[in-house]
Structures are given as C-alpha cells and as structure tokens.
Ligand binder design. Structure first.
Ligand code: GLA
Length: 396
C-alpha cells in the first residue's frame, strides 16, 4: 500500500487510538462531465468520467452504533449514533456522511458503528463533485462494514449507492440534483467515460483516450454563492417546460423524451421566453451528447471539440448558469492553439471548465490562460491535468 495511506493510517491512530490491525481504506472519486450539462434531472444523456482526485476514508468498525467522523483538512469532529442521524442535518461538515447513513438505513441496509477519517483531494465547490465523492466514499464504507458485521455476502450494488447519494442531497442537503455525480463516482472506470441515460440508468463505458491530448481542468476559483437556490430554480423551470409540452405530447415522462423535431413543432406553446430558453438548451444538449459519443467513436476530434463549444454557448446564453469567470476562462482557452474544445463542467455559477488540449500545448495553455484570466477577473486560477480513474472501491 502506498505511503499516502501509511500516513493517513498514522493520523487515524493519533485521533482515535488503537493500532493499524483493523484499519480499512476506501475511496470514491470526483468527476468531470465531458458534455450533457443540466439535463440529468430531465432524464437526458450525460457523458461523465471519474477523475483521480478523490475522497479517501480510513475506517475501523466499532462494536456499538456510534459514528465518529474526522477530516485531515478541517478541525471539525463529529460523533453521532446511528439511531439519531437526523442530528446531522445542520452540520457544516459531516452532513453528507450522516445523511448517507440515514438514507441507507431507510432503504433497509444494516449498518454498524464506525470511526472514519476523511482525506479529500477534490477541491470544494469546484464543480468536480466533491460532495458526491464524500457521499460515495461514506456509502461504500458503511455498507461494506455493515454487511460484514451482519454476515451479508451479496456483492454491493453500486448503482443503488448512487441513488442513495442522490436521495441524501434531496432529503438532507436541500439540493434537487440529478444522478450524474453519484453515478460517475460510484461506477467510474479507469480510462473510460460513461455514457449514461439518466432516464433509465442504462449506461455504457467507452475508452476515453484521445491520442496526443489530455483533459485539463481549469478552476475559476469563483465561489459559487447562490448556486444551490439557482440550481433548484432551473430544476423547477424545466419541470414547468415539461408540464406545458405534455399537454401536446402526452406520454412523455422526462423532458429529454421530447425530440428536437417535436420541440420545434411545439415550442411556440411555451409562451414564457425564459422557460422556452431553458427547454431549448435541454433538448439540444441531449442531442449533442449522442453526437459527441459518435464523434469520439469515429475518432472525429474536430466534431467533438465543436460540440463542446456549442454546449458552452448554450449553457451560457440559454440556460444562464455560467457567469463572467467561467465565460472568461473558456474564451481565453479557445484562443490557444492546440485546444480542441472547452466548456464549463458541473452545476456552473463558478467552478471548473473542462478543456481538451494537445499535449504539446498544455504548458502554454496553463501559462497564458492563467495570466489572461487573472487580468480579466483579478483571480488566480488553478489547473489540473486530469487522468480518468476508478469509481468507489476498497483499497487493499
Ligand atoms: C450538479 C448536479 C448534477 C448535474 C450537474 C449539472 O453537479 O449534482 O446532478 O445536474 O450539476 O449537469
């Protein structure tokens, strides 16, 4: 086991005492979404991949029903019984973990007390799903140890854990998010992107290796501010759009069941221009995901890059969740030779952009985009050259 884990185990023992004997290590990653933004909650297609920044947990089973939480980068310490998890609701840190335990128990999972130390490398509020990483890392820890303590030997259903993570966001954290982040964190596979149909949860992996290119994530470092209420507002707006279209297209369950052709035929029925813009983004974005998948299968890099650019324009102009910083980052990226495509990734209102960059241009990209972005915004950004990693798992 590499030295990172040895260090973390030492830290665990400093906090909780005892020795290394019964310590276990679990991890779940953040994700980047290549394309398909704000359409998972509309039953659309998304195209995410797990990254190698993650949430790592050192854990030791207890003989009672206490859950104790600590983190390497925060002073916060939490202790709560599995019988009073509702207490976790208002916590500044620890609410995701206790919320997941609560939803797991509601779903019938049998849990056991556990001491945990979290080490998180997904930057918070960066649009790379630091919260899903924590949720899935907590979930796989709770379920693995709970199953063992109760003599349950069935393999863990990772998709179920993703659904439970999403429920945690809805019921415990007040964000009406889709399934994409938790799914990618639970089900990610090294060097593969996941084409996920969020309506049915059917999915397929596709190797994501673009010869000579890498994924560069550019963190605007813009704090998200009112992001959560704006997010829920978009969920509401698309719901309104669906309700209107359903009057003419009965039988549609999700907004993304509406085809481009149907949308064009009925769009005038949506009189509110804001709702119409939101719906237009969703319908065309869904189509762009499938076209992107096809372009990559055919090795058509240019077409893929073009779709990324269109996706950014759409989420900026029609969905209106980008803002000055994300737009500036994309604008500056597209000026650099060797950039195949660039767009914001995640919920928006700040966070990261995803850039597909030729390897020989990465150094120049980081230097020039960084400088020009700072000139425009006064903020010093961060860049991560990203690998695609595995999903939630025990590290042995
Ligand atoms: C957040 C949500 C996801 C998804 C994205 C936008 O990351 O958690 O469910 O809606 O925003 O695509």
């Amino acid at each position: 086991m590499d030295s990172k884990y040895t260090e973390l185990k030492k830290k665990f023992i400093e906090i909780y005492g005892g020795d290394e004997k019964d310590l276990r290590v679990f991890a779940a990653p953040g994700r980047v979404n290549l394309i398909g933004e704000h359409i998972d909650y509309c039953g659309g297609y998304v195209f995410p991949a797990a990254i190698t920044l993650d949430s790592t947990v050192i854990a030791r089973k207890r003989d009672d029903r206490m859950v104790r939480l600590a983190a390497t980068d925060l002073p916060d310490r939490v202790a709560c019984s599995l019988d009073s998890l509702e207490e976790g609701r208002g916590l500044r840190w620890g609410n995701y973990q206790l919320g997941v335990a609560n939803e797991l128990q509601k779903a019938g999972y049998k849990l056991v007390g556990v001491d945990m130390l979290f080490h998180d490398t997904v930057p918070l509020g960066s649009g790379l799903s630091s919260s899903a990483a924590i949720e899935m890392a907590a979930a796989i820890t709770f379920v693995t140890l709970g199953n063992e303590a109760n003599g349950i030997t069935n393999p863990i259903d990772l998709i179920d854990l993703a659904v439970i993570g999403q429920r945690t966001e809805h019921n415990f954290c007040g964000v009406n998010c889709g399934i994409m982040d938790q799914f990618a964190s639970a089900m990610g596979r090294k060097d593969h992107a996941i084409l996920l149909d969020c309506g049915s949860l059917n999915y397929k992996y596709t190797p994501f290796k673009i010869e000579g290119c890498k994924i560069v994530l550019a963190n605007t470092k813009k704090k998200r501010g009112l992001g959560e209420s704006k997010y829920n507002e978009r969920v509401r707006e698309t719901g309104e759009g669906l309700a209107i279209l359903k009057q003419y297209l009965p039988g549609k369950v999700h907004l993304c069941d509406v085809t481009v052709k149907e949308y064009e035929e009925y769009k005038d029925k949506i009189q509110d221009s804001v709702i119409r813009k939101r719906v237009e983004h969703v319908i065309y974005e869904n189509e762009r995901v499938l076209k992107s998948f096809e372009a990559l299968q055919n090795g058509n890099l240019e077409a893929f890059g073009e779709l990324l650019k269109q996706a950014h324009a759409s989420i900026r102009d029609l969905y209106e969740v980008t803002g000055f910083e994300l737009d500036a980052m994309v604008e500056e990226a597209l000026k650099i030779e060797g950039v195949i495509g660039a767009r914001m990734t995640g919920a928006g209102f700040g966070g990261c952009t995803v850039n597909i960059v030729r390897e020989e241009s990465i150094e120049k990209f980081i230097k020039e985009v960084g400088e020009n972005y700072t000139k425009k915004t006064g903020i010093v950004p961060e860049f991560y050259v990203s690998e695609i990693g595995d999903g939630a798992r025990e590290i042995k």
